[in-house]
Design a protein around this ligand. Sequence first.
Ligand SMILES: O=C(O)CCC(=O)C(=O)O
Length: 234
Amino acid sequence: MCDNVYQNLTMAELDFYHENGYVVASNVFPVVELSKIDREIDRIRDADGGDIHRNPGWVMSLGLRSEITRAFAQDERILSLVEEVVTPGIAIYSGKLTTKMPHAMDICHWHQDDAYYNDHVASETRMSVWIPLQDATLENGCLWVVPGSHKGGVVEHGSYGGQCPKSMGPPDMVAEGAIACPVKAGDMLLFSAELWHHSKENRTDQIRRAFIVSYQEATVPRGNGDQWKILRSA
Ligand SMILES: O=C(O)CCC(=O)C(=O)O
């Protein structure tokens, strides 16, 4: 393959995204490259003394943490896949690493990212890429989503504990129509900032990490503090 040829969403994938609020793109990254990022996360964690977030293993502002994580958040393979969703132009809103430690019982309650992001600034097309560094499975805490829920706007969020400071309901909230989204390492989940999503506990003895970057159209005048960066102008 030519070095400068990148994968776009197919028409069918784009339609699926607009209808359901999410889509999985396959074979975006070689697993060996994800292992390198995983080791870089270990290095960042060790450099920070291992206590960098109230949720064990989480790293906020990930795109600012090192040259490797910065380059990954700006990677053309990702941008080519989001460019027909996020428009005009592309800017980083924020980036982070979420972790499920082995046998961690904490869950990330049902929420919509825009319930947080809109506190900073509104966007028409904002979405996230969710890139597992290990296979994300039912057992280790893959994401769950409610297809089509991005169409209803942002609903009320409150404080119910768990990994997320605000969410749509208590840990046992039943979201009608919810489905699990297992994603293999190397694949990438794209989802709208208005999509209802959550993740359950990790019932395995292996860590589960996901590199998450949120993008928005370049015409939005700011993002989440100094993480905001226009990558392609409008
Ligand atoms: O990666 C996860 O387990 C879920 C994280 C999440 O939904 C979030 O931080 O907004």
